[in-house]
Unconditional design. Structure first.
Ligand code: URA
Length: 237
């Protein structure tokens, strides 16, 4: 592959930015700086360094991020910290696959794989998203049945049937909700539709990938090969 494509794919910048790096002399191939952006390299055998650090070719990368409350799911924001401010891996091509509200915490996938992101988000693919929610009031069988039937949440079409498991109920209730879409404020709007308010919301799983209990809010790690394969296999409801 061309050297400039290699550098762009590993996140060193756009094609024009990496050309500049090459012309500045920041890049070496097999120890030599006498290189051109067009030159062909073999990512398996050639050693490419930028500012003295060896670069390893990985076209697509997948991170599990524990989004804390109070940061926005966007690449840039004028007022708040964004989720991308936490992912300091030196790549410029990453984006969040899906979104969580400012006050929602939990599992967010960060990747540069547009196809996977599309598949995870597409309602047609039915990928499960699981949330723990604290809800005001006593949630019971009536709400679980309404969720299972598919609720009118004010859109053109009702929300698809969702699974509601009641973990505890009382003045406030703890529940686990599983949905297969990702509409705007979906979980909060589903509870509104049955006259309840979400007090706290945390996403715990996407498909078969579960938020790692070893991560604290704001931390991330690469997906394991098994997790990556599970997401790509698109295990569904
Ligand atoms: N549903 C919501 O209401 N908010 C989220 O952040 C995610 C799902």
């Amino acid at each position: 592959m061309r050297l400039d494509k290699f550098l762009a794919d590993v996140g060193m910048g756009t094609r024009s930015e990496v050309k500049r790096l090459i012309h500045q002399g920041a890049v070496a191939v097999n120890g030599s700086g006498r290189i051109s952006p067009k030159q062909q390299i073999d990512p398996k055998h050639d050693v490419v360094c930028c500012f003295g650090t060896e670069l390893h070719y990985q076209k697509y990368v997948y991170y599990m991020f524990y989004k804390p409350k109070g940061c926005v799911t966007a690449r840039k924001d004028k007022t708040h910290k964004t989720v991308m401010d936490y992912i300091d891996v030196g790549r410029t091509d990453l984006f969040p696959a899906g979104r969580l509200d400012l006050d929602t915490e939990g599992l967010l996938l960060i990747t540069n794989d547009g196809t996977l992101a599309h598949n995870l988000l597409s309602p047609a693919k039915h990928v499960r998203k699981t949330y723990l929610a604290k809800v005001d009031g006593c949630v019971g069988a009536k709400e679980a049945e309404a969720f299972a039937n598919g609720l009118d949440i004010g859109d053109d079409t009702p929300a698809k049937p969702a699974k509601l498991v009641i973990l505890s109920s009382g003045e406030a209730s703890d529940v686990e909700v599983t949905i297969t879409e990702g509409r705007y404020h979906q979980v909060k709007r589903m509870f509104h539709a049955v006259g309840r308010e979400v007090l706290a919301l945390k996403r715990t799983a996407i498909g078969d990938v579960t938020l790692d209990a070893a991560l604290s809010p704001g931390e991330f790690r690469e997906l394991t090969k098994e997790e990556e394969e599970a997401l790509k296999a698109g295990k569904r409801e």
